[in-house]
Design a protein around this ligand. Structure first.
Ligand code: NAD
Ligand code: WQD
Length: 340
């Protein structure tokens, strides 16, 4: 298949390019490089021996989207492009709604004009809001809510796609709800390279381990969880990438709009992840306990059975693999793609 990958230079996008090449697909990327480096595509080429065509442009720029869609015929779109930082979305709501929602509306409009209707969307477990413990593990039918503008953009885009599919049966939308993507390609050539101080746990841990940050603060040790620290469903980014390849294989057979969790199906606590990471680096990781982070849920993990049933996909890599690969990447690239 020839796939248009928006946001393909980013963290999940670049890993998905490698998995899609392994499956024999052809790739064009549309990315404005607002949160990524084209160096990631040099790394894709090193691993895959193939280099995606990169169009540097914005999904909300109709003339760019139109010229990409006029230039080639696409079988499917994987739509990663968007802003993703929860805290930043509270400070800059307009930018989040504009980039994520308005940008995607332009993209969808041009896709329907060009007759491209196989669409795989990066949704998020954020659409489950702060889940009620009785709903765990979360099925796709669990109640949805948004706790911040970022979450609202995912929820609204899902709603828009559900309505578009109901109105036009030619659409095939797969809403892939990712849980907590972490880790890196096993080669150590590609990984997560956040700008500024990381908000998320794993890049914070790896930057402490490499000496860029002093110590990890574990946000809360008094949650109603087995060890008191927050529980999440961490998923290795290469498993996630393979989930997209599985989705590509099935999207044409799944008309309408289908939400699918991409998670491992099991919960891991912050303290457990830190212990796995300490095993990977062979030394203690400097950390202390601090107060809970406002808005955090005690526990959030997927029921991953729908992905297995519909896509024939499940995760293969565990927390030790995630920590080993995240550390391999960070230790070989202490400053990420900068100065590469
Ligand atoms: P990322 O920031 O590394 O990748 C996003 C890419 O999109 C970047 O390369 C960025 O330059 C590009 N981009 C942003 N706005 C754009 C625009 N208007 N036009 C063109 N390109 C644009 O993020 P990621 O972690 O790879 O996430 C990919 C997608 O998955 C996002 O939609 C994110 O919301 C979603 N998601 C991520 C996580 C996570 O924890 N990483 C979890 C759930 C869902
Ligand atoms: C994980 C756990 C923290 C940092 C976010 C988004 C979600 C999705 C994935 C995009 C929690 C704890 C963290 C630290 C810590 N992204 N933690 N110290 O909050 O589960 O999910 O990323 O869609 O929408 O909300 O991920 O990595 O920030 O936190 O103790 O310095 O680690 O409290 O229990 P989260 P996270």
């Amino acid at each position: 298949m020839h796939i248009l990958v928006t946001g393909g230079a980013g963290y999940i996008g670049s890993h998905t390019c490698v998995a899609a090449y392994a499956a024999g697909h052809t790739i064009t990327i549309l990315d404005n490089l607002s949160n990524s480096s084209p160096e990631s595509l040099n790394r894709v080429e090193k691993i895959s021996g193939r280099r995606p065509r990169l169009v540097v442009g914005d999904i909300g720029d109709r003339s760019v989207v139109r010229s990409v869609l006029d230039s080639e015929k696409f079988d499917a779109v994987i739509h990663f492009a968007g802003y993703k930082a929860v805290g930043e979305s509270v400070a800059k709501p307009w930018e989040y709604y504009q980039n994520n929602v308005a940008g995607t509306l332009v993209l969808l409009d041009e896709l329907r004009r060009h007759g491209v209707r196989n669409f795989i969307f990066s949704s998020s477990a954020t659409v489950y809001g702060n889940p009620d413990p009785k709903d765990l593990p979360l099925k796709e039918t669990a109640p949805l809510s948004a706790l911040n503008p970022y979450g609202a953009t995912k929820l609204w885009l899902e709603e828009i796609m559900r309505a578009m599919a109901a109105a036009d049966p030619a659409w095939h939308f797969l809403l892939l709800r990712y849980f907590n993507p972490v880790g890196a390609h096993e080669s150590g050539l590609m990984g997560e390279d956040p700008a500024g101080i990381p908000n998320n746990l794993m890049p914070y841990i790896t930057q402490v381990a490499v000496g860029r940050l002093k110590e990890l603060t574990i946000f809360g040790n008094d949650y109603p969880t087995p060890d008191g620290t927050g529980v999440r469903d961490y998923i290795h980014v290469c498993d996630l990438a393979e989930g997209h390849v599985a989705a590509l294989a099935k999207v044409a057979d799944l008309p309408g709009c289908t939400a699918i969790n991409l998670g491992s199906g099991s919960g891991v606590s912050v303290a457990q992840l830190v212990a796995s990471f300490e095993k990977a680096i062979g030394r203690p990781l400097p950390h202390r306990f601090g107060p809970r982070r406002p808005g955090d849920a005690a526990a959030c993990y997927a029921d991953a059975s729908k992905a297995l049933q519909l896509l024939g996909w499940k995760t293969k890599r565990n927390s030790d693999d995630m920590c080993r690969d995240a550390w391999n990447w960070q230790s070989k690239n202490p400053n990420g793609y900068k100065n590469a």
